[in-house]
Every structure is written in C-alpha cells, then in structure tokens.
Design a protein around this ligand. Structure first.
Ligand code: 26V
Length: 798
C-alpha cells in the first residue's frame, strides 16, 4: 500500500487504468472518486484483518452494538484523517490536477438513522475504534435511508434517499457468513427428539456486508456489519415465488422514518428480528470457532441494545441456546442475562414500543413462547421479592393487555439498564421505571451521551482546530479533556479576536450556502441563532417561532423598539405522517417570507429554514452558530447531542434545564450559558395539579395574545385556516408542552443573550470557556465509562 505521495499517485493512476480501461486524463470524476474510496478501504483492510486476528488470538471480550440505526455521515475524509493519509492524498491528487474537495462532494451521506439515537451509535463507533477497543456494530443494510427533504411552497415533501446509487465502496459482501432467518409457520412437539420444532417457516437469507470502522491513530479497525435480505435456498414449497421474493425485498427497503407512529408494524417487527437473529447467529458461529463451547459466551461477548428496537435479541438468544445448542432454561438464562445490556433513550410513553401478542405470535411463534416463559418466571420472581405483587404487576409485566412491552422485556433480560443523561436516568429510576429500579436496584446506571470531537471539531471546523493547534497544541485530539487547557487563554484579547474571526469565517461559509440555497442574503455580523433537530412538539420549535413573531410585532408596532440584528436559522425533518410537525415547518417558512421581505424589519430580523438537515449539513452549521437553541419542555429530551456539538464549536447554549443541558450548565455555570423556563419538577407538578390553563396565560399577557392570535388572523397566510391546528393545540388542547408557561422567561433570556453579545470581549471569552469545558462531552469519555462499568472490555493488545 502507499506510504508517500509518489506511491499514492502511482497506485491511484494504475487503478484507474485497471478499473476503467482508460488513462487518468480521460477518467470521469465519479470514477476517480470510486477508485479513491476503494483505495482507502484497501489501505485499511490490512489493519482490519490484523485486528480480527489479534482479538481472536488474545481471546478478548468484545462488544457488539445492536442498533437499527447508524447515522454515519460521509466517511472518505474522516477515514483518510484517521489513517493519517489525508495530506498525502490531497497533495498527490493536486499533482494529478484533481481537487480533493470535488471528490469529497461526490460522496453520499448514508442516512441510516432518524436523529440523535442513530448519530450516537456512529459517534460510539468512532470512539471505540479510536480508543482501540474491540467494539462493533450490527444493523440493517437499508436500500433507502431516511427520506430527503425538499421544501416546496413552504411545505415539506419527501424524496427517497438513494444513497447507494453509485455503489458503496466501503462495504464488502460476505456471502460465506450468510445465515437463514425464519418467520411465520408453527411450533410442534417432536416426540422423536423430545423437543419443540418450528415447522412451515418462511426462510429468508441474511447476507452480511461489512464496513471497516477506522480509528484515529491506531491500527485497530472494527466492523460495522449491515445485513441484507436475499432469497433463501430453503424456499418454502407451498409459497408463490413472486410473493415470496417481494417479501424478501421489503425487509431492507426502508428505514422507518416515522418515530411518531409505528406504521407498517409487522414489517418493522420483521426488520427487528431479521438483523437481531442474523447478528446473534453470526456471533455464535464465530464464538464456537474459537472456543468450541457457548458456556463462556457471556464472558467473551457483550451486546448493547440501542433502545428497545433490538430487544428481541433476548428471547432469540434463549431460543438459539435451547433449541439449537441443547441448553436447559436456567443455563441459557444465565448466559443471556449476562450478555445483554439495554439503553433507554426516551421516557415519552408514546415512544415506548409495544407489540400486539397476535402479531408477535404469528410472525415469531417460537420466540413468542420464549417471551411467555420469561414473563411467567418473572412473575414468580416478583411474587418472591415484593409484598404487594398485584400492585407492582401493573408497572412491570412483560405481557399485559394483549401486548408485549419491549422495555419491560429489556429490563428483565439485561444485566444493565442505562439512561443517557443524569436527569433522564434520575427520571427513569424515580418515576418511569421506579418499580423496576426497586426490584433490581443495581441494574440501573447513567451514561451521559457524548459526541466524537474528531468529527465535530477537528474535521468539521478546521479553522477552530488551527486556533487550538496554535494555543494548546494537538493532544486534545487524543485526550479531549485537554481542551481545558484553553482556559489559560480565555482572557487573552488576541485569542478572543482570533476566535471571533474564526466564527466569522464559519458564519460566512454558512451565509454563502444560505444565499445559494434559499436566496436569502443574511448579515454575517448578525447573531446566528440556530435550532436544528428533528421536528417534534416537545422540542418546541414553535416556542422559537412565537418569539420571532413577538419581535416582529414589537418592531412593527413601535419604531423605537429595535433589536441587535439576528438571523434565526432552523433545520428539521418531520416524520411524513406527523401533521402538526409539518405545519410548524410551514409556519416557519411563512413567517420567514413575511419577515424577510419587510423593509422595515429586514435589517434586524431574518428567518431561514435550511432544507434536508442531516449529518453533512450539521457539519457546516455547528461551527457557524452563536446561539444554540435547546428549548425542550424540561423532562422530555432524554439527553440531546446537538447541544454538545454547538458547545464544542463555541456557541452559547440557550436552554431549559433538560437532558444534558443540565450537565452543560453545571460545567460552565450561569455566567456562560443562558438557562430559562420551568424545571422538570415544576413541569411535573403543574401537570399533576391539573391547574395549568393556557387561556390564563393568553388572557393575562397582551403581547402573548397578539402573538397567538396572529396564527389565525391571516398574518402569515391568506387562509386563516392554514395554522388553525397550531392555535388549537396551544389553546384548546391546553398546550401540552407548556410553551405559554415558558414564553415570558424565554423572551427575557433572549434579551439577555442580546445584552451579552454587545460586549464582544465577554462574548468571546464565554465561547472559549464553552470550548474548554466541552471535553467531558466527547464520546471518548462516554465509551470509557461504558467499557469500564458495563462492558468490561479492554483495548486490543498490539
Ligand atoms: C420517538 C417518539 C415516538 C412517538 C412520539 C414521540 C417520540 C419521541 C422521540 C422518539 C425517539 C425515541 C428514541 C430517541 O431517538 N431518543 C433520542 O436519543 C438521543 C440519543 O440518546 C437523545 O440525545 C435524545 O434526547 C433522544 O430523544
């Protein structure tokens, strides 16, 4: 493989000729791109093979992260940087008259996830490899990722995401490791063998595609395994082939974009079982190759269940051990319950997965039997351990009211249950999962989320990286806590100025993008106030809009009322069936149309909706923010990770005491972040008391009344009906997320933000302190905690 620029050039040129039968100068740009990607993959392949060998030889314990989502983002530059060959390649290409940035832009951003949960899985993969830990991913190979968002007349429309249209050079198909997964059919007792038998099942072939996960400055290369569905050679004889092949194709076609309703339920359940069963079968085969027994499976393997989506792994591993490897229940349970660990990512009850018994039993008859038995034995356990079992059953039963409660199954079958930020874990332990926490006091623990500072700082913000290089050196790339060294510079006027220049450069890059994509000219010296995340009522993008409307109305009413110029920037995808969320997108765009074209206010106020928010866009947005909007109703956002990305790039957090905001606040203090609104406890008692009345707020605050009325008086749309449902949600459905209760306090906080911005030196200092204190939010810290406290895995010995 290449070790220097000249070798790279020779290899690259050779591969173009070999691959496409023409000289470099006649090669198409996509051909150059594909050759480069494959060349980098091959460069990593040596270490990849070595890592597998080392782990096997040392008989180390390994972790596999079972997740339906991995939002990995583009990989080319990141991988080249982690391999330490970026500069060689860049210069080599330049010699060949190729601009590396043009090739970079050709890479698609695989949207194999919905939002924070999927991006977290990807950040974890980067940290695991970079810490030289043996940790892999197991997931589905979706043909189409999350939809691409197009805004048409202010409305969201969805287009399929064809992320593999020019192929995925990173993956390697491994047909040798294919396994069968079985659905439907029935379970019979087989007298001849003295065991249950699953007959008349529909077999689907699961074929793995492996992608290397390349760590930073390490030879350790882990594997992200994506399972694809193909027809099996064990085709059911009684089945119409066309129907069968369609069912096969369906499994990996789409990522469920809808975290608001579980539509197409059976298909989603099929997806879950498919990648879980295939992943477990592969782990078992590989384990048996090395150890010849499964008795020590849990000593050599740990599986982290990313939310409830992969929780069928618990009954499935029971089934595999009992039916296919001859274990009795107790021994199998001992292995399973010491292998599985579960992460909870939300307490919103509507998001907790439940499956109708009938669906589950028909699709997975033998797995359902396992669940029934787990439930039966668990009932016995509860009776033994509490004095009031009937009361406790209400909160903990796995099978209840005709449904299987996946979170309950997860907790019973795992040795560890963790939340994703301290407040969230506290709510789990003391409220949502209280009964379980009392039954299993040692299972529950917290692992506050993190983000990979390599992608979100070093890669996304080279300008800031350079400033850090010139002040504190580069060691923070390996040891993110070393960002704290920046504290020595926060009062230095030169560094403050330099930081503001970096920020301005990054704002200019975003402004250029906005000009090009939205046709809106924004003032680079205005405050860039940004809210980017999935669109959800509890995240309260609407509160942000209400504030913008308030500012606009005040300026229109009173020529004396003027604000420091602000650019409000939004990015958000709404689930395609989530009507309310889509209306909020339309509202943002309608308010933008009015405000941006009003000459009286447009010097002060601009509103921008960036379409198709995702990882690639986030890489441009995070570095350009002055203000990070984290304004969810307290108690609702489990953690948030965008908040950490903004902080690390030197933005002020404007937020409620929710999720990880609490821990950001704890690290920087009131002086360096802006907290407002009700606390989780206050929200809770307000809800419990039944005293909350949206109309009281409306009637007692004339300014708020004007704002809310504007939703239905034609201010933002010729049709007064356009935004009626938003009005109804606030007023007649009594404002479930307490926007009106937090309105005043939000406005005051926003005024405070403006005041802070007027003092440029104080502002710069504040941003620098945020960067300095952001090391804690590196996923390296999170992964070390998982590794030490849950997984008990060690770095790969080299
Ligand atoms: C699903 C649903 C479905 C029903 C309607 C409401 C709702 C709200 C959220 C979800 C997603 C649940 C899982 C999830 O994505 N959680 C996110 O996980 C991130 C990583 O831990 C965390 O930072 C976010 O706060 C959390 O929302």
């Amino acid at each position: 493989m290449f070790k220097n620029k000249e070798e790279f050039k020779t290899e690259f040129t050779k591969r173009i000729i070999e691959g496409y039968g023409r000289p470099l100068k006649e090669a198409h740009i996509t051909e150059k791109f594909m050759v480069l990607e494959k060349l980098i993959r091959d460069q990593a392949a040596i270490n990849w093979a070595l890592t597998k060998e080392e782990v096997q030889d040392s008989q180390q314990k390994q972790m596999t992260y079972f997740s339906m989502e991995f939002l990995i983002g583009r990989l080319l530059v990141n991988n080249m940087m982690n391999l330490g060959v970026y500069d060689i390649v860049k210069e080599g290409l330049a010699d060949l008259d190729i601009n590396i940035h043009e090739l970079e832009e050709l890479e698609s951003d695989p949207g194999l996830g919905n939002g924070g949960l999927g991006r977290l899985a990807a950040c974890f993969m980067d940290s695991l490899a970079s810490l030289s830990m043996p940790g892999h991913g197991n997931t589905l190979r979706y043909q189409y990722g999350l939809f691409k968002q197009k805004i048409v007349d202010g409305y969201q429309t969805e287009i399929p995401d064809q992320w593999m249209s020019i192929g995925n050079m990173w993956e390697i198909r491994k047909p040798k490791h294919a396994v069968d997964v079985r659905f439907w059919g029935k379970v019979i007792w087989d007298d001849s063998t003295g065991r249950f038998k699953h007959v008349d099942a529909e077999c689907i072939r699961a074929v793995p595609y492996d992608m290397p996960i390349i760590g930073n400055e390490t030879t350790v290369t882990n594997t992200l395994r994506l399972w694809d569905a193909e027809v099996s050679t064990n085709i059911p004889t009684n089945k119409d082939f066309r129907q069968y092949s369609q069912e096969v194709n369906e499994i990996c076609q789409n990522l469920y974009p809808d975290d608001s309703t579980l539509a197409g339920r059976t298909l989603r359940l099929k997806q879950q079982y498919f990648f879980v069963s295939a992943g477990l079968q592969a782990l078992i085969k590989s384990h048996l190759r090395t150890y010849k027994t499964l008795d020590n499976f849990h000593e050599k393997n740990v599986i982290q269940l990313n939310d409830t989506h992969p929780v069928l792994a618990i009954p499935e591993l029971m089934r595999l051990l009992i039916d296919e490897h001859d274990y009795d229940w107790e021994d199998a349970w001992d292995i399973v319950s010491h292998t599985m660990a579960y992460t909870n990512h939300t307490i919103l009850s509507e998001a907790l997965e439940k499956w109708p018994i009938d669906t589950m039993r028909a699709l997975l008859p033998r797995v359902y039997m396992m669940i029934e038995e787990i439930n039966r034995r668990f009932i016995g356990y509860v009776k033994e351990h509490v004095s009031n079992p009937d009361e406790v059953f209400n909160h903990v039963l796995i099978i209840k009211d005709g449904q299987v409660h996946m979170a309950h199954l997860a907790i019973v079958g795992s040795f560890s249950v963790n939340g994703v930020a301290r407040l969230h874990t506290d709510i789990l332990i003391h409220q949502e999962m209280k009964a379980f926490a009392e039954l299993y006091p040692t299972k529950f623990n917290n692992k506050t989320n993190g983000i990979t500072h390599r992608r979100w700082l070093a890669y996304a913000n080279p300008q800031l990286k350079e400033l850090l290089h010139d002040t504190i050196g580069d060691h923070w790339i390996k040891e993110p806590d070393e960002l704290e060294k920046l504290m020595a510079y926060v009062d230095d006027p030169d560094i403050q100025k330099r930081f503001m220049q970096v920020k301005r450069d990054r704002k200019r890059i975003l402004a250029r993008y906005i000009q090009k994509n939205n046709g809106i000219l924004v003032n680079v010296d205005s405050i860039f106030d940004i809210q980017v995340k999935r669109l959800h009522a509890y995240k309260r993008q609407l509160l942000n809009v209400l504030h913008i409307i308030y500012l606009y109305q005040e300026m229109k009413r009173n020529p004396e009322f003027r604000i420091y110029p602000r650019t409000f920037i939004f990015g958000a995808k709404a689930a395609p069936a989530y009507f309310f969320a889509k209306k909020v997108i339309k509202l943002i765009n309608s308010v933008a149309d009015v405000v941006n074209s009003d000459p009286e206010t447009s010097d002060y106020l601009k509103v921008v909706f960036l379409e198709n928010y995702g990882v690639t866009l986030a890489e441009m947005i995070m570095p350009a923010a002055d203000v990070s909007e984290q304004i969810s109703t307290a108690g609702k956002e489990a953690s948030g990770t965008g908040n950490m990305k903004f902080m690390m790039n030197g933005a002020l957090t404007l937020g409620t005491l929710d999720g990880a905001n609490v821990e950001i606040h704890e690290r920087v203090g009131d002086d360096y972040c802006e907290i407002f609104g009700l606390t989780a406890k206050e929200v809770d008692s307000l809800r419990q008391s039944g005293q909350y009345n949206a109309w009281d707020y409306y009637n007692n605050n004339i300014k708020l009344k004007f704002v809310v009325d504007s939703l239905v008086d034609g201010s933002w749309s010729a049709s007064r009906e356009e935004f009626r449902i938003i009005f109804e949600e606030l007023m007649n459905y009594n404002d479930e997320y307490f926007l009106l209760a937090d309105f005043d306090s939000y406005i005051k906080a926003q005024q405070d933000v403006e005041k802070r911005y007027l003092d440029k030196s104080a502002w710069a200092k504040m941003c620098l302190i945020n960067i300095a204190k952001s090391g804690f939010f590196s996923s390296d810290r999170t992964i070390k905690q998982y590794a030490d406290e849950i997984w008990h895995i060690q770095p790969v010995k080299k």
